[in-house]
Design a protein around this ligand. Structure first.
Ligand SMILES: C[S@@+](CC[C@H](N)C(=O)[O-])C[C@H]1O[C@@H](n2cnc3c(N)ncnc32)[C@H](O)[C@@H]1O
Length: 252
């Protein structure tokens, strides 16, 4: 995958497109976002009953994952390579400390609180970057979550290799922004950094095309809403969220 992924979001045209086209009301991405938001809010309530966590959203972009958790976290930090994305995040009401970080070189450090749990979120990043960026992102997460009791890491894979989306791979493989990640790829990446998956949830069984065809969009919404609450569908879902924590006995 292209190593210049960070460059893609370095101008306001791309930022506006992301916020107002990709995430336009009713779009494929925003339907998934609605389901993820409900899931994330329930997860945080259930996983942090005593003390609200501090959120660290790596590659936060326009602040989607931070806004999803408004009111449920003690504090929030967003980190991104694009100041244009961070400016947009602030302008759409993201309540967080926003930090510009370099795309390469030493891994940025999370702004850690002296006590209390942390929640690291990482949405729509891992699929489209190379292994160096993936390892950097996970190094960041491991620093925010040094022990199993430190909190949770939540990551999104929006191109599961064992999903319907794979049918397009034969035609699109090698094209600039077509990538796939399998559950095993995610598992190995997390394992390398001393994390284990504790939960996995699918948020769309169908691909974007279904949502863009008149007459099919309502069926697609119904299928995906049902699938996102049925056990076992995560294996073949296009869009998957993984929840992980540090392992007790870890190599990394
Ligand atoms: C597709 S957007 C996702 C934004 C947000 N997480 C979301 O789900 O809406 C990808 C984001 O990753 C950021 N990014 C790209 N390379 C990065 C890197 N090496 N380190 C941190 N952020 C990076 C981009 O600037 C962009 O904001």
């Amino acid at each position: 995958m292209d190593t210049n992924y960070a460059q893609v979001f370095q101008h306001t045209g791309a930022v506006d497109k992301y916020e107002h086209v990709t995430y336009a009301p009713g779009s494929y991405a925003s339907r998934i976002n609605e389901r993820q938001r409900a899931y994330l809010r329930a997860l945080v309530r259930r996983a942090f009953p005593g003390r609200r966590p501090v959120q660290h959203d790596f590659a936060c972009g326009t602040g989607r994952a931070i806004r999803s958790l408004h009111g449920l976290v003690r504090d929030a930090h967003g980190y991104d390579t694009s100041t244009d994305m961070l400016t947009k995040a602030a302008s759409v009401g993201t309540r967080a400390h926003l930090h510009t970080v370099p795309a390469d070189g030493p891994t940025p450090w999370p702004v850690t609180a002296p006590d209390g749990p942390a929640l690291v979120t990482m949405f729509r990043l891992l699929l489209n970057v190379d292994d160096t960026v993936r390892d950097r992102a996970l190094t960041f997460a491991a620093r925010a979550l040094p022990t199993p009791g430190s909190g949770l890491l939540v990551i999104e894979n929006h191109g599961n290799a064992r999903s319907l989306r794979h049918l397009r791979a034969r035609h699109l493989r090698g094209q600039r922004w077509f990538a796939e990640l399998s559950h095993d790829d995610i598992d190995r990446l997390l394992d390398r950094h001393g994390f284990e998956i504790v939960e996995r949830r699918g948020f769309s069984m169908l691909t974007q095309g279904w949502y863009e065809r008149r007459g099919l969009d309502r069926i697609a919404r119904g299928v995906d809403s049902a699938a996102s609450i049925l056990p076992g569908t995560d294996r073949y879902a296009v869009n998957v969220v993984y929840v992980a924590r540090r392992r007790l006995n870890r190599a990394a």
